[in-house]
Design a protein around this ligand. Structure first.
Ligand SMILES: [Zn+2]
Ligand SMILES: [Zn+2]
Length: 154
């Protein structure tokens, strides 16, 4: 009886569908532009496209939408250790956080909005950001830890 009740509650939440595909399906700039791009796929998933700037060079970078993986492909080659700028490719607003910096290397961090979920932030220093990817969302944090754990706590 108790088990069945739990199932009913689970099916009402959108977490269920996300449990199986632990990846970012929507990411927005602070003004609400959709940052997902199906032009470049990583692991067959739409990537997150942002504008990248380093010194006087500008291009696009496509980020892996899968939590924790963070592979990417970019127009420009950035040497490891360099700090880049991320901005919205649509409206040009900066994605660089004014309030936060990287816990490991104190470089600036970028922030993207995950509608209805929270936000994601990561270090802007090449070679560091894959280790500092942070999901600011209760649900997603649980997803990151263990997808079965979500079912338990729901
Ligand atoms: Zn925008
Ligand atoms: Zn860092």
């Amino acid at each position: 009886m108790g088990e069945r009740l739990k199932d009913v509650q689970l099916s009402k939440t959108s977490v269920v569908s996300r449990v199986r595909t632990v990846n970012i399906q929507t990411a927005h700039c602070p003004k609400g532009c959709d940052l997902m791009s199906d032009k470049v796929k990583i692991h067959n998933l739409s990537s997150i496209c942002v504008k990248i700037k380093w010194q006087d060079r500008e291009g696009l970078i496509y980020l892996d939408p899968e939590f924790g993986s963070y592979k990417h492909s970019s127009d420009i080659d950035i040497p490891d250790g360099e700090v880049v700028d991320f901005s919205c490719p649509h409206c040009g607003i900066t994605l660089v956080s004014e309030t936060e910096s990287c816990n490991s290397c104190s470089a600036p961090v970028f922030t993207m909005i995950l509608p209805g979920e929270g936000e994601i932030s990561g270090c802007l220093r090449k070679g560091c950001f894959e280790h500092t990817l942070k999901i600011e969302s209760f649900e997603s944090m649980q997803l990151e830890i263990d997808e079965n754990f979500v079912k338990v706590i729901m």
